[in-house]
Design a protein around this ligand. Structure first.
Ligand code: FAD
Length: 351
């Protein structure tokens, strides 16, 4: 089946919804195509104990503040999923589910969006597919020697699944620190990080991170010295569970091992540790395979953008993903502004 609209938004997580909010305000005709069966994007798949690193009011999309969660300063993922489901209903955003976009193609004056349930022709597109769907694993994880279980952040749910086990958590970012904290009490935990751990000051939460990302963007735009942004503050937000495990002395990181063995891992000096499970909290890459037909990737595998607009395809905008599409645009509070800019640029293009 073939459909026509002015703008196709690919992805119905928070970034796609923020785009929809602004497209609607500008009176554009659009559709949001989302591969999930229910609202909430990646938040539906996060581990049970995950909490936002900012209070609700600082985790809001344009137009509607996230309501506080009763009894919690930092809302849990279920609260975020409910907020996103309510948001798309409240603004009557036209989300089609489940529809997976397979490829975006140039088709004369239009973009042709091929999906697993039909084709859409549009004058512009916004790609908002996030990163959760493309977990990154370092090369060492594929060396087949290890006889235990290996999983990535995206497969982790709860410490109950690993009670009493020897677990190695790899990764010195927020996912690694939070999952290590989660496991610190009920498993025999080894937490491994490539670099020495860098905790942000205890009073820094998502608000300060957003300010730091914005200040950096402003400095770069005005040709001033790079402030270093969020990375200059540290790698790990000291959310309450992380602080608690760290302060109990349960969160001490070990340097990265160099080899997998059938029964565990080995460090460069020959030290060994046995393990039943290794959890790779080694990050994500933007999920962009649907854009391959447009051939936009530059030498370093990146799609070059000016703001959110793809430089080599001005009908395409990229939203969410990371700071390269707007300061803190991969966060709830940060995606609103780039979503507004993308919608305005598209409205100008279609005029
Ligand atoms: P997603 O939520 O991933 O949504 C993308 C949607 O696009 C999904 O529904 C997906 O199914 C769909 N999709 C993908 N490919 C296709 C396709 N080809 N066709 C159709 N649909 C497709 N941010 C905060 O603000 N506060 C926090 O506390 C916070 N904590 C985080 C903790 C973790 C562990 C992680 C990983 C991230 C955290 N973030 C946080 C960052 C960010 O808010 C989330 O990653 C968020 O899910 C990003 O939203 P998104 O809309 O960009 O992507």
């Amino acid at each position: 089946m073939s459909h026509q609209t002015q703008v196709v938004v690919i992805g119905g997580g928070q970034a796609g919804l923020a785009a929809g909010y602004h497209l609607r305000r500008l009176g554009l005709d659009f559709i949001i195509l989302d591969a999930q069966t229910t609202p909430g994007g990646a938040w539906q798949h996060a581990w049970d104990s995950l909490r936002l690193f900012s209070p609700a009011a600082y985790s809001s999309l344009p137009g509607r503040l996230m309501p506080p969660q009763s009894g919690e300063t930092y809302p849990d993922v279920q609260h975020v999923v409910e907020y996103l489901a309510d948001y798309e209903k409240r603004y009557e955003l036209p989300v089609e589910r489940p529809v997976r976009v397979l490829g975006v193609h140039r088709d004369g004056q239009l973009l042709r969006v091929e999906t697993d349930s039909g084709t859409w022709h549009a004058r512009a597109a916004i790609s908002a597919t996030g990163s959760w769907w493309r977990p990154f694993l370092p090369a060492i994880s594929s060396h087949a020697a290890f006889g235990g279980r290996q999983l990535h952040t995206v497969e982790y749910r709860s410490p109950a699944d690993f009670a009493g086990q020897r677990v190695i958590v790899v990764g010195g970012g927020n996912s690694g620190a939070q999952i290590a904290s989660d496991l610190a009490y009920d498993t025999r935990l080894t937490w491994v990080t490539q670099r020495p751990t860098r905790f942000l000051a205890d009073d820094i939460d998502g608000r300060a991170l957003f300010d730091a990302a914005t200040a950096r963007r402003r400095a770069l735009d005005e040709g001033r010295t790079d402030t270093g942004g969020v990375a200059s503050l540290g790698d790990i937000v000291a959310v309450p569970p992380v602080r608690e495990a760290r302060d109990c002395g349960l969160l001490k990181a070990t340097p990265m091992f160099t080899r997998l063995l059938p029964e565990g891992v080995e460090w460069a000096d020959g030290t060994r540790a046995g393990a039943d499970t290794i959890i790779w909290c080694t990050g994500f890459r933007p999920a962009l395979s649907h854009l391959a037909p447009l051939q936009l990737r530059g030498a370093r595998g990146r799609i070059t953008t000016a703001g959110t607009r793809a430089l080599d395809e001005p009908r395409l905008h990229m939203l969410g993903y990371g700071d390269w599409t707007g300061p803190a645009s991969a966060t709830l509070i940060g995606v609103g502004r780039p979503a507004r800019d993308a919608a305005r640029e598209i409205a100008a293009l279609l005029r």
